[in-house]
Design a protein around this ligand. Structure first.
Ligand code: FE2
Length: 386
């Protein structure tokens, strides 16, 4: 059997202190005036000012857009791009979590292509942005989760149709500096790491997993298993932060081809309906999804459990493997304080009412086991009761 790994076109500069090179990297890309995109939280944490300082020290001018919102709405992308066009910028720097990076990617498209951003959604196959004239973008993640620095697209909320859309946009450089995550609050650390764990697990358990993505996914799962609890116990543990940041980037790369399956396909719709952050929504059903997938791919589910520290005999039946994998992730969630479903959805019945919308939005193409509405109901019910 063969399947495709889409080798990244996104160069990545990785390492502690890497963000100090932002100014010189912009100069190397020929950028003299950059649109800098971020949210108010990253600014308040002092991260933006430090990066602006090194950009200015390199002689690069900046204009700022600080209006990034979670699940970035289409209109914020258009606002950011309008500021950049008015200032005649010749590049973009996006600083923050996945929402900031995705907003920046959308803004890059609109700097040289006429709005609205909906023209360029991947689902609209008839229109493609002119990539030849595009200005460079440097993305600087400040969470260890989405892996957006490794993926050639931005996820934007289509506010007319209340759904997520993908805007194709390669990055010109990702600057991944684990030191930027040292001050992350515990909940953000946990939910973004859980998002990365999902990327890696879903790539590894995908119907189209392959030998190249497996290497990346296995390493990412092991790094999260080894470092998440440490980073939660001591947010200033630089080694643990570096492990999680490397895991997030590797996990982002691992889904380039196998793509995500059950947890993300359920979570993307859950997030839209119940206004749950992306990582929380997608990781909410990971334990139960692993149990669901075990009968179809027992060896792979067992490998995931072992990479996270579980002990499983070689001859364990699929049912045992599924239960152990589910309990291993659930125990990790308890240890690090992953949010409860009930914090976002008032009742089990309300959660189950989302099933038709999930089935309508998602095809579960990459799931190694066919997924029926009753399966999604069972997964949601178990996750709610956990
Ligand atoms: Fe994700």
């Amino acid at each position: 059997m063969t399947s495709t790994f889409l080798a990244s076109r996104n160069p990545i500069l990785f390492g502690r202190g890497a963000s100090k090179r932002t100014g010189e990297e912009l100069c190397a890309l020929g950028c003299k005036k950059a649109l800098v995109v971020f949210d108010k939280g990253v600014k308040a944490a002092g991260i933006v000012d430090g990066i602006l300082d090194v950009i200015h020290a390199a002689g690069v001018e900046t204009v700022c857009y600080d209006g990034v919102l979670p699940d970035p709405p289409d209109y914020t992308v258009e606002e950011a791009a309008a500021i950049g066009r008015a200032a005649n910028v010749d590049g973009v720097v996006a600083i923050g979590g996945g929402s900031s990076l995705d907003t920046g990617k959308g803004a890059k498209v609109l700097l040289t292509n006429p709005p609205p951003i909906s023209n360029y959604y991947l689902a609209h196959e008839d229109i493609r942005p002119d990539t030849g004239a595009m200005k460079p973008i440097v993305v600087i993640p400040t969470t260890a989760g989405t892996g957006s620095e490794a993926t050639p697209g931005g996820i934007i909320t289509d506010t007319k149709n209340n759904c997520k859309q993908n805007v194709p946009c390669a990055t010109d450089l990702g600057i991944v500096d684990p030191e930027l995550t040292l001050g992350l609050p515990r909940t953000v650390t946990v939910t973004t790491a859980a998002d990365a764990l999902c990327h890696a697990v879903e790539a590894f358990t995908s119907a189209e997993s392959n030998a190249i993505s497996d290497v990346l996914a296995e390493k990412a799962i092991a790094l999260i298993g080894a470092n998440l609890t440490r980073a939660v116990q001591n947010g200033a543990d630089a080694e643990a932060r570096e492990g999680l940041q490397l895991a997030a980037t590797l996990a982002g790369l691992s889904i380039m081809g196998p793509f995500c399956n059950v947890p993300h396909e359920i979570g993307l719709t859950l997030g839209m309906i119940f206004h749950m952050p992306h990582g929380t929504a997608c990781a909410m059903t990971l334990p139960e999804a692993l149990r669901f997938l075990a009968p179809a791919i027992p060896e792979r589910v067992a490998k995931v459990a072992r990479l996270l520290g579980a002990e499983l005999p070689e001859d364990a039946p699929a049912e045992t493997i599924g239960a152990v994998a589910r309990n291993t992730v659930a125990t990790l969630y308890s240890a690090v304080g992953f949010p409860k479903f009930s914090e976002f959805v008032k009742s089990r019945e309300e959660a189950l009412a989302a099933v038709p919308a999930i089935m309508e939005a998602m095809a579960f193409h990459f799931s190694p086991r066919p997924v029926a509405a009753a399966d999604v109901s069972a997964i949601l019910a178990e996750a709610y009761d956990r």
